[in-house]
Design a protein around this ligand. Structure first.
Ligand code: GLU
Length: 482
């Protein structure tokens, strides 16, 4: 039975890199009918606030990931928060101490920090082993008398070949001489990540550890602990880093980076899900659009790429646009409503708003785009200020179009087909190209030469408003020309 886990340190909003880790674990579990576990790496009690945990859960739920076991769900391997597992960690620390795979160091964190600084100043290489050798019995006694807890240091075996057999990267070789002894429990009693994670992965029977590449260098240390405690290793899969288009690691300076950021910007969870699945994984046929079910069916760790993935926000916007276009109009209206309400508190998803949203969706990349796009319909339109728009309106052919419309609009039935027939007929009647007709009309009625199809603009405004707007434009042109 496959068992995988997502183990966030809930100290802030979920970075897209972590969301992608959660997603790959989720897809792998679902594809293999395995169990997906949510575990909290919350040993940093100061930063792992309830608020951070709540927002993390809210964000991954919004994103479309559910889990079978773990935090909030329970299961046979709990507790699922590291802060509640201290007894377990201590139990295995005692074993390591008893077997000589670890030793106690009777110095406080503060003292160790000072010793490290001294070593640095005198250009000597620091190691816990050296400090241990100099510790002396008097210090141990004194430390105990004061009731202080010693730190626990893991003893790294010498010259041991460690191979991380990574599903994504193949065999990655390390030698234990690259590492020095390392602390597994600080003098405040709190275990470090590299240690706690091994105990958890082992006791929770995790079969595959799928996590970000930045943890690859931790893995040999973790393997040494697995071995020291005679726990079998899980399989490992380290997924590539996420870069911004400038090929540096995606970070705050590139703008939005957390799931919460993208959620607030008005991206749809389905688009995010699809987009993040393609960051580092690609199907053989190069397809780009997938439902969650399709991704579950196709996802394998063997097709995860080694190369860094590039987070291209313009691609995400394009993808989001495609999802917006496909949404049912009632759903889209409901999703757009909070943004619309900010500008128009009384607005509701009635027939007119549904038509509005349906009309404008083709020009939306993210949900809040609806606000600006609907302005020409909901707050009216002044005379355009842009040079290009003015030039279009002042063209003598445009004036011909406006006059013709005013003379004939009475006879046009305001239905898609009838409006389109009428507009098509104009080309022949006035001997003008489509562009010469559509651009001025869009500018006069909508404020910009590009935008929704004209027949939709006509219907949304209604006959009376179309007449008003064209008359207004003609009057302005006349005034300016006099
Ligand atoms: N809490 C660690 C992180 O968020 C977990 C790493 C792991 O999956 O082992 O990076």
């Amino acid at each position: 039975m496959i068992r995988v886990r997502y183990a966030p340190s809930p100290t802030g909003e979920i970075h897209v890199g972590n969301a992608r880790t959660a997603l790959f674990n989720y897809l792998f579990a679902r594809h293999n009918k395995g169990t997906f576990i949510l575990r909290l790496d919350d040993t940093d009690k100061k930063r792992s606030t309830d608020q951070a945990i709540r927002s993390m859960v809210e964000d991954i739920t919004w994103f479309g990931i559910d889990w079978d076991e773990g935090y909030l769900k329970g299961g046979d391997y709990g507790p699922y928060s590291q802060s509640e597992r201290m007894d377990l960690y201590n139990h295995y620390t005692d074993i390591l101490l008893k077997e000589g795979s670890a030793y106690e160091l009777h110095y406080t964190d503060e003292e160790i920090k000072n010793i490290k600084e001294q070593y640095e100043k005198s250009m000597k290489t620091f190691s816990y082993r050296k400090v241990k050798e100099l510790e002396g019995e008097a210090r141990v006694r004194e430390f105990k008398e004061k009731g202080l807890t010693p730190a626990v240091v893991f003893k790294v075996l010498e010259d041991k070949e460690i191979v991380v057999d990574d599903i994504v990267r193949g065999d990655v070789h390390f030698n234990s001489n690259e590492f020095k002894d390392f602390v597994i429990r600080r003098s405040n009693g709190i275990p470090v990540y590299n240690y706690a994670t091994v105990i958890d992965d082992a006791l929770m029977n995790i079969t595959h550890v799928i996590r970000a590449e930045e943890h690859l260098s931790n893995t040999p240390k973790q393997i040494l602990i697995f071995d020291a405690l005679k726990f079998p290793h899980p399989y490992f899969a380290h997924i590539s880093l996420i870069f911004a288009p400038d090929r540096t690691k995606l970070s705050k300076r590139h703008g939005a980076t957390s799931i919460g950021d993208f959620r607030r910007m008005g991206f749809l969870p389905e688009a995010m899900f699809n987009f993040l699945a393609l960051l580092g994984w690609s199907p053989k046929d190069g397809r780009e659009f997938f439902t969650k079910e399709e991704l579950i069916e196709l996802f394998t760790l063997e097709s995860v790429n080694k190369a860094p993935a590039i987070f291209d926000i313009s691609k995400l916007k394009w993808m989001n646009h495609k999802y917006i276009v496909e949404l049912g109009k009632e759903i889209l209206c409901t999703l757009a409503m909070p943004y619309l309400k900010e500008a128009y508190p009384d607005i509701k998803c009635d027939e007119k708003t549904l038509l509005l949203v349906d009309t404008l969706r083709g020009n939306m990349n993210v949900l809040p785009d609806i606000v600006k796009l609907s302005e020409p319909f909901l707050t009216g339109l002044g005379f355009p200020e842009g040079e290009e728009e003015k030039n279009i309106l002042f063209d003598k052919d445009s004036i011909k179009v406006f006059k013709y419309i005013l003379e004939n609009i009475e006879n046009i039935e305001f239905k898609e087909q009838k409006i389109n027939e009428f507009l098509d007929g104009l080309k022949e009647k006035l001997g003008l190209s489509g562009k010469k007709i559509y651009h001025p009309l869009r500018v006069a009625l909508f404020g910009s030469k590009s935008g929704p199809e004209l027949w939709k603009i006509f219907i949304l405004l209604g006959k009376e408003e179309v007449v008003q707007r064209i008359k207004f434009v003609l009057e302005q042109i006349k005034k300016t020309s006099n």
